[in-house]
Write a protein that binds this ligand. Structure first.
Ligand SMILES: *Cc1c(COP(=O)(O)O)cnc(C)c1O
Length: 392
């Protein structure tokens, strides 16, 4: 069993893929070829945003968004410490300070109610992360940002492209939406890629210029930029994947929900990190608020387990691959701990010790999913028997 199966998808779209790649090889416009604009139009329509700006990676998307607001030394950017390093990396790269706000235990997303107390006159942006594929409490975050002088909100939707929030699409919910097309993300190319989404014409122009060395016209550098374009070939690959994407999103949702149901039956203490995956009565019996206003694309299917290292090792021995997203919150990382605020973030610290991600993807078979659930049930019950015996 693979942690993420990309081969089945490739076989399903083979003809389209070969045609699209061949088209690029024939026209030879490897940078900013016609496929770039075609992809941007397709994705902007999907997200219902006025503009899509394709960029070299998800990291580059976040960096360019902050550069469009002129974020620099002395500025602060509010975000969550329980995320992939890129979210905070771009802040410190620009000389600004990450101000971490703890996440919520039920969702692993930023605690919207705690943001206001961390806003200062230096706050230049807020970056909520839609972790594991489920959108953060973006309406509440937008409202806090609006009442504090319209602070820009950049959704880090690297894991949530395709997810919905109150009927709207992730990445089209705030000042900027940033996503990644890293191969294992819900919409992944065959290399690095990413995109920014916005409804603001001036910000879109700024992002397009920054993406190409701050160029407003050839050899006229109006601002400082980066070499941040997405390759035509990678855009062509996403266009080949596109006709299957809607089906994949629906499958991801169905498979996530099936995990929730099976795990709740097999493991009495089971608690998903995406409460939408539990039936409402079961969720409230376990003290969780059900988020029926949003769907997840399950970039990861992540749950909480005790004694994680041992669980992971035993699952591995049983042929079940797992991963940990993420073992150390960013405010505890050596390169970051002296550069950020020192407020404690106990929920992030606790989650970092207990999260484990199970095999997931639109092509995960029901048989493999059953194997994962049974394997986890066996490992947890064997461990609990052994620990009880050892305690006697
Ligand atoms: C993957 C990821 C990124 C970075 O995307 P890349 O395309 O790998 O640069 C940023 N934030 C989050 C939350 C991610 O998961």
């Amino acid at each position: 069993m693979q942690f993420i199966d990309l081969k089945t998808q490739q076989a399903a779209i083979k003809a389209n893929l070969e045609r699209r790649i061949h088209d690029v090889l024939s026209h030879g416009q490897y940078i900013m070829g016609a496929e770039v604009a075609e992809l941007e139009k397709t994705l902007a329509d999907y997200v219902s945003a006025r503009h899509c700006i394709s960029v070299a990676s998800g990291t580059e998307a976040l960096l360019i968004a902050l550069m469009a607001f002129g974020v620099g030394p002395g500025d602060e950017v509010i975000t969550a410490p329980f995320t992939f390093v890129a979210t905070a990396e771009v802040i410190v790269l620009l000389g600004a300070k990450p101000v971490f706000v703890d996440v919520e235990p039920a969702t692993a997303n930023i605690n919207a109610a705690s943001i206001a107390s961390k806003i200062s006159s230096r706050t230049k942006a807020i970056i909520p992360v839609s972790l594991y594929g489920q959108v953060a409490d973006i309406d509440e975050i937008n409202a806090v940002a609006a009442t504090h002088g319209n602070i820009p909100v950049i959704e880090d939707g690297a894991q949530s492209f395709g997810a919905t929030y109150r009927g709207r699409k992730s990445c089209g919910l705030s000042t900027f939406g940033a996503t990644s097309f890293f191969p294992s993300k819900p919409l992944g190319c065959y290399g690095d890629g990413g995109a920014l989404f916005t409804n603001d014409d001036a910000l879109a122009t700024a992002a397009r210029e920054i993406r190409t060395h701050g160029q407003s016209k050839r050899y006229v550098h109006t601002r400082i930029g980066v070499g941040g374009r997405m390759d035509t070939l990678q855009c062509a690959i996403l266009l080949a994947k596109w006709p299957r994407f809607e089906w994949e999103v629906a499958e991801r949702e169905r498979i996530g929900h099936r995990y929730g149901t099976l795990l709740a039956e097999a493991i009495p203490s089971f608690r998903p990190l995406e409460p939408a995956d539990l039936q409402a009565p079961l969720a409230s019996a376990r003290g969780l608020k059900v988020l029926s206003d949003r769907t997840s694309v399950h970039a990861q299917y992540t749950i909480l387990v005790p004694h994680r290292a041992e669980v992971q090792q035993r699952l591995n021995a049983a042929g079940i691959p797992t991963a940990v997203h993420y073992p150390v919150p960013l405010n505890e990382q050596p390169a970051y701990r002296d550069l950020c605020n020192d407020d404690p973030t106990p929920v992030s610290a606790w989650l970092a010790q207990h999260v484990i991600s199970l095999p997931m993807g639109p092509d995960l078979s029901e048989a493999d999913q059953n194997t994962v659930v049974a394997g986890l049930q066996n490992v947890l019950s064997a461990m609990s028997v052994e620990k009880t015996a050892a305690a006697r």
